[in-house]
Design a protein around this ligand. Structure first.
Ligand code: SF4
Length: 94
């Protein structure tokens, strides 16, 4: 499945993607962009957000991660990555 990936090490937290596309992005607790939805990946707002990122931190990639269906983090706030999510851009365990 395809997923939006935000590179945590590259993102500078400028907020441009969030201002342009609040359907897909929000700030995380560290002030960087966090992916909040992987629906509607063909939207113009998403394309504009990707193009507007000043550090090219956003990409859409094929991912093996299936945490959307299997991750238990939402039910357990003390999650210690027990879901064994291997997706680099996943914020589900934060
Ligand atoms: S536009 Fe890029 S640098 Fe700015 S918050 Fe979004 S991902 Fe981070």
């Amino acid at each position: 499945m395809k997923k939006i990936i935000v590179n945590d090490e590259t993102c500078i937290g400028c907020g441009a993607c969030i201002a342009i596309d609040s359907e897909h992005f929000d700030f995380d607790s560290d002030g960087r962009s966090c992916v909040i939805s992987n629906e509607n990946l063909n939207s113009d707002d998403l394309s504009n957000a990707i193009e507007s990122c000043p550090v090219a931190a956003i990409s859409i990639e094929e991912s093996e991660c299936d945490c959307d269906s299997d991750c238990q983090c939402e039910a357990d706030e003390s999650c210690n990555n027990e879901c064994q999510c291997s997706c680099d851009g996943c914020h589900c365990c934060e």
